[in-house]
Design a protein around this ligand. Structure first.
Ligand code: ZN
Length: 264
């Protein structure tokens, strides 16, 4: 069975000195492609280096996390933190220069969970508009993070010409899942679908041709007490198979086709 993890954070400190073992377990499980997501200036450089070292198994996407981009120091996450002023224009220029080294742009989007202030939310939108423009210009897939901002986020995407929109770990409500499905967007379904009914609903509504699989490792582990890692995408495949009443093999093959269609 061919598996893919199109969104994880292998530059996280939990994986330090563990990477070879993590990737070996992924290979053993049948994982053929992993995309590591950058979120800010330091992590974008780290995922590029990782993809260079562990490619072609490991690829990367370069992102601008909405909260980091506001120069709000988030709580320690285990990822390298953005310590200097985040110059969004400068970073987008960096992304343009690396267009041939990346599978996608992202993660980027809107987050109103951590940012309640209306002025800052407006700033998030301005930043996201610039990211969307870059994805349009480079004709790259856009991996979208959105939290408590799904409606605004879809509205902005709807008026864009981005070819492949990937909603990573989409927690929007049912009518927004339907809207995104109608718009032809992809849903990257996390392994924690094992425990969360919400993602079973997403898998039910979206067509099998719109589904991708991710872990978002080390977060959102389907296994209590263990950091999440790429081998766990089997949980996504297994649960989609149950929801769609397909075999795991069929789901995995479909996701592999979708993966190739989106990321090349
Ligand atoms: Zn992520």
């Amino acid at each position: 069975m061919i598996l893919t993890d199109d969104h994880c954070h292998l530059t996280h400190e939990l994986f330090k000195d563990q990477l070879d073992a993590v990737l070996e377990r992924a290979r053993q499980a049948g994982v053929k492609a992993i995309i590591c997501s950058g979120v800010n200036v330091p992590t974008n450089r780290e995922v590029l280096a990782l993809a260079k070292k562990y490619g072609p198994l490991v690829r990367c996407s370069l992102g601008i996390y909405p909260v980091d981009a506001l120069d709000i120091a988030p709580d320690a996450t285990g990822l390298s933190r953005q310590l200097q002023h985040f110059d969004v224009d400068e970073e987008l220029e960096f992304i343009r220069q690396h267009k041939n080294d990346i599978a996608a742009i992202g993660e980027a989007g809107l987050d109103y969970h951590w940012v309640k202030d209306a002025v800052l939310q407006k700033k998030e939108k301005e930043n996201f508009a610039k990211v969307i423009k870059t994805a349009e210009d480079l004709k790259k897939p856009l991996v979208v993070h959105t939290r408590d901002a799904e409606s605004d986020c879809l509205e902005m995407l709807e008026s864009s010409t981005v070819k492949n929109v990937v909603l990573h770990c989409f927690t929007g409500r049912k009518h927004l899942v339907k809207k995104a499905a109608d718009l032809g967007y992809y849903f990257s379904v996390p392994a924690v679908i094992e425990k969360l009914q919400h993602f079973k609903m997403v898998a039910e509504i979206a067509s099998i041709n719109q589904l991708l699989s991710e872990t978002d490792g080390p977060w959102l582990s389907p296994i209590a007490g263990e950091p999440n890692e790429p081998k766990n995408v089997i949980f996504t495949v297994r649960n989609i198979a149950k929801v769609k009443k397909f075999t795991e093999e069929e789901v995995a093959n479909n996701i592999w086709l979708n993966f190739q269609r989106v990321y090349g």
